[in-house]
Design a protein around this ligand. Sequence first.
Ligand code: ZN
Length: 139
Amino acid sequence: MEANQIQLESYYCRKCHSEIETNNPICPQCGRKMQTQSQIKGLGKVLVILGIVISLGSGLFVLGALAILLFAKNSDKDIAMAFTALSLFGAALAAGITATIGGAWQAKHGRTSKKLVWIFFGLVFLIFILGRVFSFLKN
Ligand SMILES: [Zn+2]
């Protein structure tokens, strides 16, 4: 590499969300290795694919658990198992959806979003409410 061809690149720190034009990929605030926008975007695309796979997989189990809660005449043990499955796979579904949304955001903007954690907890809360509604209907 010739010295006069060195260009500053836009690096982004995923920990403190700072964006700096530099040729030294170490974050001046936290010392973490920073990433270029294209690296962040590439990771975003991987996240989208992972998120969709996780969402589809756990979504099937969530639907299965909901179907058991909704239609089947079950013993108390089955109901308890369906609720456990609903909360477990519900949390996985929330993580999958969050990864998909976050990955898409990341692939588009080249930076991570701070709002993701709220999206995740919002989804978990929604699924929790859904579970409570079914539990209410069954009693
Ligand atoms: Zn940093």
